[in-house]
Design a protein. Structure first.
Length: 230
């Protein structure tokens, strides 16, 4: 069976099977609810000015880790496994880059649905949080919240014309559209999407981990499915 046919069957499962149609909502609920639990449990009274550099560290790590996961997913072509429909759905964005316009809070919630790894991360964090120093717990929670924010930043880079968002993009706090557009115009580059600061390192890793890139592999597998769609 060709990769193109494997992709078509995987997307058919994603769009019509009850589990795959609803798993994103379940994952998003798990992430957002557990983030709220951690916010409530964190010992905010222990906060000091030393937490500021810890937040910056979490910001850099969120940009890097989410970029690496994006890199792996863009280059993964196992469409026949149990997670194959999720992999196939992840590749859809390259063919339909503009999102459906929705309120920011809805996007923040909904886009978490593709972050299955973050749901596992949050379960572990909730289970261990009471045993961690407050500063460590804060850093790990900030990493989670910023990982979710990265999805919103990515959405804004494709859809938003809001002046405040534009100012944050110009300041390189959020992902600038011109910076991210390189990812869609060139092969195997610019994967990071909180603000893209770690792209030089992620690009270095991508060129060595996936020398073929995704244009002639996963994009070629999925392109026929989207012909005529917008």
């Amino acid at each position: 069976m060709s990769k193109q046919e494997q992709y078509r069957r995987a997307m058919d499962k994603y769009e019509h099977h009850v589990v795959y149609r609803n798993i994103g909502t379940v994952v998003a609920c798990v992430i957002v609810v557990l983030q709220a639990v951690c916010i409530a449990k964190l010992s905010w009274s222990s906060a000091t000015l030393a937490w500021i550099p810890l937040f910056i560290l979490a910001f850099v790590l969120a940009d890097f880790v989410n970029g690496i996961i994006h890199m792996v997913m863009d280059n993964t072509d196992d469409y026949t496994s149990i997670v194959g429909p999720l992999v196939a759905a992840f590749h859809r964005h390259h063919h339909i880059p503009r999102y459906r316009d929705r309120p920011a809070l809805v996007v923040f919630f909904a886009e978490n649905g593709m972050k299955n790894w973050l749901a596992v991360y949050m379960v572990v964090l909730v289970a261990t949080m009471s045993h961690l120093p407050a500063a460590v717990a804060f850093t790990l929670l900030a990493f989670s919240l910023l990982s979710s924010t990265a999805e919103l930043s990515h959405y804004f880079s494709h859809n938003s014309t809001n002046r405040l968002v534009h100012a944050l993009q110009q300041a390189r706090i959020l992902l600038h559209p011109d910076h991210h557009w390189v990812h869609h115009k060139a092969d195997n580059t610019h994967y990071s999407f909180l603000n893209g600061m770690t792209n030089p390192l992620v690009n270095f890793i991508a060129k060595r981990a996936y020398p073929r890139g995704y244009v002639t592999t996963t994009n070629a597998h999925s392109s026929p499915y989207y012909q005529g769609k917008s």
